[in-house]
Design a protein around this ligand. Sequence first.
Ligand code: G3P
Length: 234
Amino acid sequence: MKLYVDTADLGEARRAAELGFVDGITTNPSLVARQRTALEPLVRELAAILDGDVWCQVVSADAPAMVAEARAMHGWAANVVVKLPMSLEGLRAAARLADTGVRTNMTLVYSVPQALLAAKAGVAWISPYVGRMEDTGISGANVIGEMVDALAAQGLPTRVLVASVRGPRHLAQLARRGVGGFTMPLEVLLGLVGHPMTDRGQEQFLADWERAVFDGRSQGATEATTDQTGRVDA
Ligand code: G3P
């Protein structure tokens, strides 16, 4: 399972890289626009921060221009994955880039037929947007599960990267449906770490430990010592 952070912010990218278990960074034109900086130097810098993939989306309207953009992005860094929008032109661009060494993702995929067409055009990944599906009343988990099943049933190697992930429920629903990974904002990823029972359990463990150390000291009189782990050697 791949895990990406959805950001174009360099500070967030560094924090994501430092976690040690994030596979890369996904961006989109909206996220890049917020940075108020040119795309190429930003992508080069993101690619230098992480060993993993940096996903970067084309903004041209027609296939030849998308292909040219994609080739240029591929030249910026070896770890760039090019995102193409789901459209006739995006599909044509994907087909032209297949087998050229440029890794591609088709983004904004909302239906099983779109997923199948993208796979036929040769993209490595498709990105359905689970949160935005649910915003419109579509069951994201069901539709994305159907995409995974359809790709597998047809023997198509294209993998599904779930985007627009907004909380733990999306991972719980979709990780078991065979998706290839998830991308989400850093704050959403960090929000997956905690659980009230985890916190309460750890507090209890440490309280019990401290009590044992205290009791050991009082019982063992002056010889009682603790090693670096806090264990009592009396
Ligand atoms: O990459 C897509 C993602 O940024 C969309 O997330 O929560 O705005 O639907 P959201």
